[in-house]
Design a protein around this ligand. Structure first.
Ligand SMILES: [Mg+2]
Length: 197
């Protein structure tokens, strides 16, 4: 059907979608928003990086939606329980503060199990895009692993590799690199201003 639509009409429809859509920044959790604690099941180990709340606040003020997208194969591997994951997530949200994240998506699948959601698969971003009417082409994925960057790329988002967590040892081709999540957010905001958004 779409290919049969007259060209002028298709362009107008595309413009309407663009105007109505919302941009987002998707954050990996471990090594990006907080220190990487291997298969973290203990809220006492949660250490959100300094200035993350301030950076998220600036993104919200600029009109971005903000999401966490995190692989949690520790659940699928039987190393942590879903309840433990929830307590860790609650502590992270407590340290970040109210109202700065729109939603958090996690994938419990272990490697080797067919999964459309486990990064580098883009399933979690596609879910969020459907749930919140997100324009993925105008959105960003910020993470510390090549699987994050590949996930963002497959979803059609721009990608930023941070050097925290495992970032320094990754071999991949992100659109941008940044020292940490605060610098990555600065980059997003500068680009948003540059585009007159
Ligand atoms: Mg990570």
């Amino acid at each position: 059907m779409r290919s049969r639509t007259p060209k002028r009409k298709a362009t107008a429809a595309a413009a309407t979608v663009l105007m109505n859509s919302t941009r987002a920044v998707f954050f990996d959790r471990d090594g990006t928003l907080m220190e990487d604690a291997h298969y973290c099941g203990d809220p006492a180990q949660v250490k959100v990086f300094p200035c993350v709340p301030d950076a998220l606040r600036k993104l919200k003020e600029a009109g971005f939606r903000t999401f966490v997208v995190t692989n949690q194969s520790g659940i699928g591997r039987g190393l942590i329980t879903l309840a433990q994951y929830r307590t860790v997530e609650a502590e992270m949200l407590r340290q970040i503060g109210e109202g700065l994240l729109d939603a958090s998506y996690f994938c419990p699948d272990a490697p080797g199990v067919p999964s459309t959601r486990r990064k580098p698969e883009p399933g979690m971003l596609l879910e969020a895009a459907a749930d919140f009417d997100i324009d993925l082409a105008g959105s960003y994925l910020i993470g510390d692993k090549s699987a994050d960057i590949e996930c963002g790329r497959r979803a059609g988002a721009s990608t930023i590799l941070v050097q925290t967590g495992y970032g320094a040892e990754q071999v991949c081709r992100p659109d941008f690199t940044a020292a940490d999540v605060v610098q990555a957010v600065q980059l997003v905001l500068e680009r948003a201003v540059g585009k007159g958004a």
